[in-house]
Design a protein around this ligand. Structure first.
Ligand code: ATP
Length: 266
């Protein structure tokens, strides 16, 4: 335990939904008898960067899919800003302020970087009431697209074909595409996967940038990225929450060291 660490007793129990952006309550997901998510309850606080970690097969992706509406829970509930969302479809959850980064499949390789962002901005989830002003809409979309590309560090790459982007740049574009939905809560699935140290450093800076004024939840295998970015972490094992709390607190938890962090030399 270090000076910066906290104990469970230090952390006041939340008494209401105030300050809670996203909440899982006793989530269960069974796949033909196999329990991939086992009674997961967690609270993501507004404005925090929260990392979900755990060994391979621990259920991180399944939890992401449950939180974003891509899977329906077998039982349990998901609440977004105090409202139940687990029975909604993904686009309805997007409209309520939660967006997730998509894998490379959401990027159109034969279109330019800017065109990819424009197409995402034209999504009806973003512009449901503006069909009668096509010219004004296009102009406003162009400005928005350019701003998003600046925000994700692709301002000078706007005219390049998405197919020609490096792996890291594609991840930047995916995050940009997520931002077109104006999310209050952004879910990032392994944003640094497959990257070298330069790409990792760029993504760390990018996540910090997009986290301003937002809540970010990320699944991440790279523990130095987690240490760098996360305000709090939740550790999953066998589909259940093994530990949750401040990074410094959780990383000293002997069960966590045994299950996961020990392997990483932390
Ligand atoms: N559609 C499915 N049908 C059956 N089993 C599934 C399905 N999706 C996931 N699983 C199983 O659920 C468990 C959790 O998988 P999940 O992908 O959520 O883990 P993860 O923590 O994201 O793993 P990784 O770190 O390897 O990506 C695994 O045992 C997986 O085989």
């Amino acid at each position: 335990m270090t000076a910066r660490s906290h104990t469970h007793e230090d952390t006041p129990a939340p008494v209401s939904h105030a300050g809670v952006a996203l909440e899982a309550r006793h989530l269960v997901k069974d796949f033909r008898g196999f329990r991939a998510t086992n009674d997961v309850s967690l609270q993501i606080h507004e404005g925090e960067i929260h990392a979900i970690i755990g060994p391979n097969g621990a259920g991180k992706t399944t939890l992401f899919n449950l939180l974003s509406g891509f899977l329906r829970p077998t039982s349990g509930e998901v609440h977004l800003f105090g409202q139940r969302v687990d029975q909604l479809r993904p686009f309805e959850i997007v409209r309520r302020g939660l967006s997730r980064s998509f894998q490379i499949s959401s990027v159109f390789p034969s279109m330019t970087v800017r065109q990819n962002v424009l197409v995402a901005l034209q999504s009806p989830t973003t512009l449901p009431h503006q069909f009668w002003t096509p010219l004004a809409r296009l102009e406003s979309l162009g400005e928005q697209a350019d701003q998003i590309l600046e925000d994700v560090g692709l301002g000078t790459a706007h005219a390049r074909l998405a197919a020609d982007l490096s792996h890291g740049e594609k991840r930047q574009l995916e995050i940009g595409i997520s931002l077109t939905q104006h999310p209050k809560v952004l879910l990032l699935d392994e944003p640094t996967s497959g990257m070298g140290s330069e790409g990792v450093a760029r993504v760390i800076a990018l996540v910090r940038q997009v986290a301003r004024g937002r809540t970010v939840v990320l699944v991440e295998h790279n523990m130095s990225v987690v240490a760098e970015l996360a305000d709090r972490i939740t550790v999953l094992q066998y589909g259940a929450v093994l530990a949750s709390g401040q990074y410094e607190e959780v990383r000293h938890d002997p069960r966590v060291i045994e299950a996961y962090l020990g392997e990483e030399g932390h």
